[in-house]
Design a binder for this molecule. Sequence first.
Ligand SMILES: [Zn+2]
Ligand SMILES: [Zn+2]
Length: 92
Amino acid sequence: MIPSMKDKGMLPSARQTMARPRGRVSTVGAFACDICGTTFTKNFNLTRHKGKCAGTKIYHCQICQKIFHRTDKLQIHMAMRHPPQILCNNNF
Ligand SMILES: [Zn+2]
Ligand SMILES: [Zn+2]
């Protein structure tokens, strides 16, 4: 009889060296909301914020394009930054 050479022995020295990328993102404010521009240090904070930000009505300043989530904030900004010009319209 012919002895079948079936060596099913696996070499224990064959270890898989997992090259794990250890890049730690530590940049402050690396994640910026593209809706209102608020920066976050962590991605999930931005993701959570974006859900809120997207669901919130946004008010643009017509002059400087600054973004507000509330009309009263925008009105305060308008009064402070862009005070209304007094127009004298004497239309009889
Ligand atoms: Zn936002
Ligand atoms: Zn403005």
